[in-house]
Every structure is written in structure tokens, then in C-alpha cells.
Design a protein around this ligand. Structure first.
Ligand SMILES: *Cc1c(COP(=O)(O)O)cnc(C)c1O
Length: 452
């Protein structure tokens, strides 16, 4: 029996307590006393266990999980093949310093990931432990290889919270407030969001105008092109609102980088590993970037990141130029290998099929409710943006937050992103029945909130 069917037949229970229940409430109090308050918790979900796309809280309530721990648990909670691989590895060894020694799980994971890269060239991987560290590795490699300093990123982007990546992140001001000065040499350009174009230009021209801004404004005012090491962008902006860029943007970026000897980095930390229905979201754009950064979904929940670069670039690194303690950790490597195999064998195809169905059902809701301004995305990376009215299209952040909170109380885990968007990034084992369940819950939620 395929794991997807196995998940489907798992018994479904109804909510047992009001939400949050007594055990969850008690745990939240204990958490508040000892956990640093920098994490902005969105609602009091206290996990007990999960299987596939279903999770249970400590009071026994069952929820449909449409966020997968922020697009992380790609194979579904406790996928049997992952559990087996991890249990097997725990009993052999857990860690043996991948930067100092060798081990087979690391080589197998590296062989697998480099075999799944776009284009026909050769690639090499550096394993990190998170998204931000993969981005740091990419910045360091780009500077080392090009012998240039500057980096161009995009407004509304998210690349992480450590100093290098935070300097490029331009998603929400509170992520930067109080932390200046950041890394110097970072410049920002506009991302071609077709729904909210910069300066209100027509969506058909937005890609061209955003590219022109780099070439005709940045390069002629603030950073000479030949001081730019890399341009980094997300193939679909994640934290910034699940924004699919206007067609032609990535091809234009590739051409621009080639003209000026700049490396092109695709940050696939959220969009990669089959989530969009292709292994890498950038494959939809028909170009090959120089570096791909990955994390989140690549370990299905085991903390791991990867910076994968064209071999011609990564091979310039001298031994000792970069390193870490945990990179190549055996548990993480088994998780990566198993996740990539599952993505290739069935998850990508499922993301395509079920994602298409999900988007179609969300478009039905969009037709019914004026407050839904836009439904967009690829595979199982779908955003639904709420607006105050469809003349001015002002973002309705209060409503997207209310939808998230009310859905939680009704047994469904959602997360927001951008100013007023609900992001759907479920485990890639989601079934059509679960989509129907989610759509019904969403419709009930919108009714209960009196949404029009
Ligand atoms: C989440 C995210 C990061 C940062 O990953 P962490 O593991 O939180 O450091 C970087 N880039 C993108 C596109 C992300 O979505």
C-alpha cells in the first residue's frame, strides 16, 4: 500500500475540547515563562503527534494541517519510510563531523541532490543546518568566486535572520528593527508582483520594468555592475506573500547576470523539493541558476540546509574556506535522501495533481467572495490574498488573520504571509478528500466571520 493511502485511512476524530483545551493552555503558560519571546506565535496550537496531513494537539483534538510547520514536513508527519530510515540510523551512529571525516549517508544525499539539479551541468553541494546558513554559504561562495562584494536582493523577499541573509531580507520592518548596521553592499530592487505592480504599471510590463530598474537605476547610481557578486531571488516569494513573478522575469535576470558576470542565486528554501510540482520552482522559468539554496522541505522536519552550486563555481573553494559542525549530520542526511527519493517517486506528481485541484476549488471560493482578491501559486504552494474591496484592492490583513485564527478553532492549521495572504503549503501527501475538507472548513470560517 502506498503511504498516501495509508494516511487516508487513518481514523478521523472530531474536536474534543474548546480550543485551546486545558492541557494546551497550561503548556502555553509554561512556555511563556522560559522561552525567549522573540518568536511571534500565531495561535496556541500545542502539537502532540501527527500522521500525514493530520495532527493532534495535547488535548486530543484533531486538525487538518495545511502549513506543514512552514512548508517543512514535505513527506507528511512521520512518514513511515522516514521513520524507518531515521530509526535505522540512530541505532548505527548519529553524527561524525562531515567537515572533518567521511560517511556514506552524506555522500548518498549529495549524489541524490546533485543528480536532481536543473540543466545538464555538474553540481556540488555544501550541507548546512537551515535556510539562513545555506544563504550565507551562497553569499560567501559568490564573493569568493567573483572577487566582488555587492549583492542585489528584492523587496518583499525573505532569506533568513542571520546577519548576511537579514541584510537581503526585505519582508517586514520588525525583522530588521533594532539590528542595524547590517552587512554592507546590499541593494534592493522591485520584484515583479503581477497583482500589485510597483508604481501601478501594467502587469504585462512589470517584469521588464523591474529588470530595467536594476540596469538603468541601480547600476548607474548606487552600485556599478562589475562590483556585484550575485543577484538572489526566490522563484516564488514565500514570506512576502506567495507571489509568482511575472513571466519572463527569471529569463531577464539570467541574461542580465550573464551580461555582467554576476552569479544568479535561486533561493528555493521554501519553493524547492517538489512543492511546486517540479523539483525546483525555477524549472518553470526555463533557466538554470548558478546556485540553489534549499532547506525547509528537504529534510521533512529534520533540520538541514543545502547550498548547491555549479561545480565550476564551488570548485574554487580552498579546503577550510567554509565549514560548520553539523553539516552532513547522519540523521539529516538520511532524511534528505529519503525525502528526495519520495519527492521524485510520488510527491511531485501528487503536488501537481492535488495542487491543481486545490487551486481550482480556491478559485470557486474567489468567485463567491469579493474579499478574496487573488488566488495564485504552483503545485502545493498556493496563496489566497484578502482585500478590503475590489476597486482599490487594499490588503485586508485583519481578515486574513481572522481567517487563520477562526480556522484553527474549527480544526485546521493555516498560516499567513505577506500583508493579507493565507499560504497553503501542506505536506505533499495531501489528498483530494483533504482538499475538500479544507475548502468546506474555509467556507464555514468565512461564513462565520460574515465575509462577503
Ligand atoms: C524560511 C526561509 C529562509 C530561512 O530559513 P531558516 O531555516 O529559517 O533559516 C530563507 N529563504 C527562504 C526563501 C525561506 O522561506
Amino acid at each position: 500500500m502506498s503511504p498516501i493511502n495509508l494516511f487516508k485511512e487513518f481514523p478521523v476524530t472530531d474536536l474534543l475540547t474548546t480550543i485551546p483545551g486545558p492541557r494546551a493552555t497550561a503548556l502555553v503558560d509554561r512556555d511563556t515563562a522560559v522561552m525567549a519571546p522573540c518568536s511571534g506565535r500565531v495561535y496556541p496550537f500545542v502539537m502532540d503527534r501527527g500522521l500525514g496531513c493530520e495532527v493532534w494537539d495535547v488535548d486530543g483534538n484533531r486538525y487538518l494541517d495545511l502549513n506543514a510547520g512552514i512548508a517543512v514536513v514535505s513527506t507528511g508527519h512521520s512518514h513511515p519510510r522516514l521513520v524507518q530510515a531515521l530509526q535505522d540510523q540512530v541505532s548505527k551512529f548519529i553524527h561524525m563531523a562531515g567537515t572533518d571525516f567521511y560517511n556514506e549517508p552524506m555522500v548518498k544525499a549529495a549524489e541524490k541532490i546533485t543528480s536532481l539539479m536543473p540543466g545538464s551541468g555538474e553540481w556540488q553541494v555544501f550541507f548546512a543546518n537551515s535556510g539562513t546558513e545555506s544563504v550565507e554559504a551562497a553569499i560567501k561562495l559568490a564573493r569568493y568566486y567573483t572577487k566582488r562584494q555587492n549583492v542585489i536582493g528584492f523587496y518583499s523577499s525573505f532569506h533568513g535572520r542571520s546577519y548576511g541573509s537579514l541584510s537581503i531580507t526585505a519582508s517586514k520592518p520588525y525583522q530588521r528593527k533594532g539590528f542595524f548596521p547590517l552587512m554592507p553592499g546590499v541593494f534592493h530592487a522591485f520584484y515583479p508582483n503581477p497583482y500589485r505592480t510597483p508604481w501601478g504599471v501594467e502587469p504585462e510590463r512589470v517584469a521588464e520594468i523591474c529588470l530595467d530598474f536594476i540596469e538603468k537605476t541601480l547600476f548607474t547610481t548606487t552600485t556599478p555592475a562589475d562590483d556585484v557578486a550575485a543577484i538572489i531571488a526566490e522563484p516564488i516569494q514565500g514570506e512576502g506573500g506567495y507571489v509568482v513573478p511575472a513571466p519572463g522575469f527569471w529569463q531577464g535576470l539570467r541574461d542580465l547576470c550573464d551580461r555582467h558576470g554576476i552569479l544568479l542565486i535561486a533561493d528555493e528554501v521554501q519553493s524547492g523539493v517538489g512543492r511546486t510540482g517540479k523539483m525546483w520552482a525555477v524549472e518553470y522559468e526555463g533557466i538554470v541558476p548558478d546556485i540553489i539554496t534549499s532547506a525547509k522541505g528537504i529534510g521533512s522536519g529534520v533540520p538541514v540546509g543545502a547550498m548547491v552550486a555549479r561545480k565550476e563555481i564551488s570548485s574554487v573553494w580552498k579546503p577550510g574556506a567554509h565549514g560548520n559542525t553539523y553539516g552532513g549530520n547522519a540523521l539529516a542526511m538520511r532524511a534528505v535522501y529519503e525525502t528526495l527519493c519520495l519527492a521524485e517517486e510520488e510527491l511531485m506528481a501528487n503536488a501537481n495533481e492535488v495542487g491543481g485541484y486545490f487551486k481550482q476549488r480556491l478559485h470557486e471560493l474567489e468567485d463567491r467572495y469579493e474579499c478574496i482578491g487573488d488566488v495564485r501559486g504552483r503545485g502545493l504552494m498556493i496563496g489566497m490574498e484578502f482585500i478590503k474591496d475590489n476597486v482599490n484592492k487594499d490588503p485586508h490583513g485583519d481578515l486574513s488573520n481572522a481567517v487563520m485564527e477562526e480556522s484553527f478553532r474549527r480544526g485546521m492549521l493555516l498560516l499567513t504571509c505577506g500583508k493579507s495572504t493565507i499560504r497553503f503549503c501542506p505536506p505533499l501527501v495531501l489528498t483530494k478528500d483533504q482538499v475538500d475538507e479544507g475548502i468546506n472548513l474555509l467556507n464555514d470560517t468565512l461564513q462565520a466571520l460574515g465575509a462577503k
